[in-house]
Design a protein around this ligand. Structure first.
Ligand SMILES: *Cc1c(COP(=O)(O)O)cnc(C)c1O
Length: 521
């Protein structure tokens, strides 16, 4: 019915006017795409040109006010130019992740090749669940995962890209749970749910493990109490002596430790658990061995640092995030398994996506290995980055930023107003401003008389840096004390940037501290 409403003999196009906002081979559509992408590109470039500090300093209310004048669901649209112009206050009030002093979290500046890849993968909009929605993308992801498996030493490995460490840790523990329940209690959890005996299952991880291990235990129906946290040693690594005690205690109480989660790069300290010894214990205790290498996995790229991951090749599953130390835009992570057959534990066939017929014909439908259905083609980003920079280029950034953190630790040690709280294996520095030159007591009771406590001072320093947009640094609590943390992912940050920032932190601390007169007033 193409000719409804012939006007003067001409056929009116029945398609909605909005159909012009799609990319096609048509010259006008192509021009609209080019125009939109150029405008987006210019907005980004203008913002970077204008940006002198890592944050505007706007408060939540101020940011909200700046956005309040926009209707979120306007009745009529007014075109791409006007729409994109409205993103200006959003860009202006975003944190500048590429700024040398935007160093709070594991939030990396993304590489330019990866940003270009992001444009390609969104334009093609492939979905990784079935081969007929992503033919080349599926094959590329498989190849990329294959080489990652080689990098970590898994000959018969497999894996898929994930939204990040949270999902990767969940999948590792999901496989672990299904395996132990099947093998030990003869129950197929996927179909029958958890048997009563599952109440005795326990997961061992270090006290500083990422909270997502506990979260996964809860989502898996084991309950957060199934996670037994093992104390760490002075270097913030899981203590093997404490581990053995914890296992003996569990055995005595009739509990079944079935999974060990080691961390390679703890979020606050960058420390790496003893991966080799834990691999041995996992074998002895018949435990699934999961390594959360969301951050530290990138060490595998560096000849200088790869040995810090020794033992990871024995893991049953590994989480690696590319949106951290691989410098990829969010989201981009992967979970790898040492033995590809582990995926049988979550096997599922949907008639419309991955019918058994496809399996038999060798057509790869990656939905069978993922807890997501529709899934982004994120593998394109590290692929393009690797082609552009090489492993060597990525390794150089890992090495530089680790050296930078070591330099920053030395600068902290040399400053009488600051105390180094942890000397890291990775690119992070945790320290504390110590009021009144080292009379650092911690809690309010030990603070200067009538003055703010040392905890309050550290918090206030962090807040004032953010409020002024001067620097974005993190605060965390270590052994009950508020500390400051610099996560140094940015390869553009220099030692001088850090020297200036640390001096600024000391100065702000001193300025915020009440003077002797105030105290005795
Ligand atoms: C970042 C991180 C996670 C969480 O990963 P997301 O990518 O944020 O989902 C888990 N574990 C560790 C060690 C991490 O650094």
């Amino acid at each position: 019915m193409n000719g409804v409403g012939d006007v003067d003999g001409e056929r009116r196009d029945p398609r909605p006017d909005a159909a012009k906002w799609f990319l096609s081979g048509d010259d006008d559509d192509r021009a609209r795409y080019r125009d939109a992408m150029r405008r987006a590109c210019d907005l980004v470039l203008d913002e970077f040109a204008a940006e002198a500090t890592p944050y505007s300093g706007a408060t939540p209310e101020e940011v909200d006010d700046a956005l309040a004048r926009f209707e979120m669901l306007p009745h009529e649209g007014d075109g791409v130019a006007a729409a994109l112009d409205r993103t200006e206050p959003i860009l202006r009030n975003s944190v500048g992740v590429s700024d040398p002093t935007c160093i709070a979290h594991l939030q990396c500046p993304p590489t330019i090749p990866a940003l270009a890849a992001e444009a390609l993968l969104t334009a093609t909009n492939q979905s990784m669940d079935s081969w007929d929605q992503s033919p080349a993308a599926t094959q590329l992801e498989r190849r990329f995962v294959g080489e990652l498996c080689d990098l970590f030493g898994y000959e018969d490995g497999d894996g898929v890209f994930t939204s990040g460490g949270t999902q990767s840790n969940f999948v590792g523990l999901l496989l672990a749970r299904n395996k132990v329940v099947l093998e030990e209690y003869g129950v197929d959890v996927q179909h029958e749910g958890l048997p009563p005996e599952a109440r005795d299952l326990r997961i061992l991880c270090s006290a500083d493990a990422h909270f997502t291990a506990t979260q996964a235990a809860s989502h898996l129906g084991l309950g957060e109490n199934a996670v037994v946290t093992v104390p760490t040693d002075d270097d913030r690594r899981l203590s093997m002596a404490a581990f053995d005690e914890a296992v003996a205690d569990l055995r005595e109480r009739g509990k079944r430790p079935f999974a060990i989660v080691a961390t390679a790069g703890k979020t606050d300290f960058g420390s790496i658990d003893p991966l080799g010894p834990l691999a041995e214990r996992a074998a002895e205790l018949d435990c699934w061995y999961h390594v959360d290498a969301a951050w530290g996995g990138a060490l595998a790229l560096s000849d200088d640092h790869a040995d810090k991951l020794a033992g990871i090749e024995a893991a049953d599953s590994v989480a690696v995030d590319f949106h951290k130390l691989f410098y990829q835009p969010i989201s981009c992570g992967a979970v790898l398994v040492r033995d590809a057959s582990a995926y049988d534990l979550i096997d599922r066939n949907a008639a419309y996506l991955n019918p058994v017929r496809d399996d038999d014909a060798g057509v790869p439908n990656l939905v069978s290995k993922s807890v997501q259905t529709t899934r982004r083609f994120d593998a394109l980003k590290p692929f393009v980055t690797m082609q552009a920079l090489g492993r060597e280029g990525l390794a150089s950034m890992v090495e530089y930023t680790i050296d930078l953190a070591a330099d920053a630790a030395r600068l902290v040690e040399a400053d009488p107003d600051l105390r180094l709280v942890h000397d890291s294996d990775l690119n992070v520095v945790v320290f504390r401003y110590v009021p009144d030159h080292g009379r650092d007591g911690g809690g309010p009771a030990d603070g200067p008389v009538n003055g703010p406590s040392a905890d309050d001072l550290n918090e206030a320093i962090r807040d004032s840096l953010l409020d002024d947009g001067e620097a974005v640094v993190a605060r965390t609590t270590v052994d009950g004390e508020t500390c400051l943390k610099l996560t140094l992912l940015n390869p553009r940050t220099t030692r001088e940037d850090l020297r200036d920032l640390l001096r600024e932190i000391s100065d702000r601390g001193t300025a915020l501290e009440p003077t002797t007169d105030d105290r005795h007033a």
